[in-house]
Design a protein around this ligand. Sequence first.
Ligand code: AQP
Length: 324
Amino acid sequence: MKTRVFSGVQPSGQLHIGNYLGALKNWAEIQSLYQSIFCIVDLHAVTVYQDPAVLSAKIRETAALFIAAGIDPEQSSIIVQSSVPAHAELAWLLTCVTPVGWLNRMTQFKAKAEKQETVGDGLLQYPVLMTADILLYQAGVVPVGEDQSQHLELARDIAQRFNSIYGDLFIMPATHLPAVGARIMGLDDPAQKMSKSAPGSGHAIALLDDPKTIQKKIARATTDSLPAVNAESMGPGIANLFTIGQACEDSITRESVDGMRYGDFKKRIAEAVIARLEPIQRRYLEVTSDPAYVPAILTQGRDRVLPIAEDTVCKAKRAMGLYV
Ligand code: AQP
């Protein structure tokens, strides 16, 4: 049997070029090598408040963007997390073997908790739910951006702890990072990860941004006060734009941009991003032209994965002595 791959994206805002280069592009490239399951993790999204009407629309939009970005629904299962109850059920079982100290150490929890007036327990439990997502399908490989590496390490720790208490059940998932684009930073602040929920129109390039908007955002991106690119020593803003360009187009290399004036360099990067996103945006329009298409793909995906998920939960409950 092929190794299983699992990964997910939260439908918590507009998907951006960081989500694409750190996750979706990688998924599309490796999907044929594995038995792949790609998930819209809506239960994760509600760890911070989401407007219900917006969330419900974003779930469909995110699924359509998966397909537009190259996920083939015949080859890979595309699912919505909340449509498979076993995600939440296994998460509870794993919560019971996870020390709170492990969760308190998570940097994403600390960063997100700082921004909340009241910190919901779901935010603390976020990485346990993510562990359940992965272990539910006995995924051997999890392709993610660098920001998720710590959560993946925790997933292995939780799996190991469960196995050592209740007997070997879960396989250890390996982290798979993209060669280029594992960490895309905000255009307005190259010290911060590009993020869906960050405020400001100059922060992220959305996958559905039109060419003019992309040109404008890149033209305004924060750089330093030097006049031209020094390929040997790029400041963080220029290095971030270079990473974006290089991940979008192979012909963008250090040699090809060395000595370019910043204005010309930014135009070149914008061209590469626009060219990379154009077929995705075209496909998105096709995919969404029939309103019944995406829901049908999500039902098909759920029906394919349900038996795997239910089997794992059953085994975990049995191992713990619960009533099955
Ligand atoms: N800036 C990034 N660079 C590279 N990869 C990234 N990913 C996210 N941001 C970057 C990768 O995209 C996948 C899905 O991310 P997510 O939606 O589950 O959550 P996130 O990491 O918290 O992404 P955001 O955009 O920052 O969302 P919000 O603002 O809602 O929290 C993951 O594989 C992630 O590594």
